[in-house]
Design a binder for this molecule. Structure first.
Ligand SMILES: C[S@@+](CC[C@H](N)C(=O)[O-])C[C@H]1O[C@@H](n2cnc3c(N)ncnc32)[C@H](O)[C@@H]1O
Length: 212
């Protein structure tokens, strides 16, 4: 296999992974250099871009789950914005380990989105998932389990690569199905935004749902 051409390609390499074990290994191996590679070298700013969509709906006293928390980049942004009750969940124990050094999370959960979680029903006021969902990452059918753990009236915000969420695709179909069966209501779909300072062509979208 060709080595990734640059650091953004390394992130995209995860898109070629075919199963959860490979995904976990990819992030376990990347954990030590993830922050340096993304934040410092290519200017990863999806957490900063997502923040205003979150603060608009979720008060700082809320209990929040950061699903696919990685090394804690979103957690850090949330803490700086005043959130003090944030928990982390990830498939990669190494990503969780690195996030713990930042002291932004009150609890850490090793779990696989797309499979049943050991978290209690209605445990959280809000959930945020940044870069967590995608064809080789958390699948569309994971939404249902996330809805279960967020209180009715609470909010669920996630971002996805714009090219991974086409109209008529599996994610859109599932999002609409859950709205139709009254599990959640779409509150806001953001315009496309750049996720990297170094590469303006990689576009993302944010979605905010309220649990019904
Ligand atoms: C692109 S990183 C984003 C990390 C962090 N949210 C950020 O913005 O820096 C994706 C994260 O989601 C986690 N992840 C991907 N698929 C997952 C799944 N099915 N279950 C749990 N975690 C998953 C990965 O281990 C990784 O830490």
């Amino acid at each position: 296999m060709q080595p990734p051409k640059n650091k953004i390609d390394q992130l995209l390499k995860a898109e070629t992974l075919t199963n959860k074990e490979q995904l976990k290994q990819h992030y376990n191996q990347w954990a030590a250099s993830y922050d340096e590679d993304l934040s410092n070298k290519v200017g990863y700013i999806v957490p900063q871009q997502a923040l205003p969509f979150f603060t608009k709906y979720v008060s700082t006293g809320s209990k929040v789950l950061d699903a696919g928390s990685g090394t804690g980049l979103m957690g850090t942004v949330l803490k700086e914005a005043g959130y003090t009750q944030i928990e982390a969940l990830d498939i990669s124990e190494r990503m969780l380990e690195y996030s713990s050094a930042k002291n932004v999370y009150q609890a850490y959960h090793l779990g696989i989105l797309g499979e049943p979680l050991t978290l209690e029903t209605n445990a959280y006021d809000a959930l945020i998932a940044i870069g967590t969902f995608g064809p080789t990452h958390a699948p569309a059918h994971a939404f249902e389990e996330l809805i279960r753990i967020v209180k009715p009236g609470g909010y669920l915000l996630f971002t996805m690569r714009e090219n991974e969420i086409p109209q008529g695709g599996i994610f859109r179909i599932e999002m609409k199905r859950l709205a139709k069966q009254n599990d959640w209501t779409l509150v806001e779909e953001s315009p496309c935004f750049s996720g990297f300072i170094e590469n303006k062509s990689l576009l993302f979208k944010g979605f905010v749902y309220q649990i019904t």
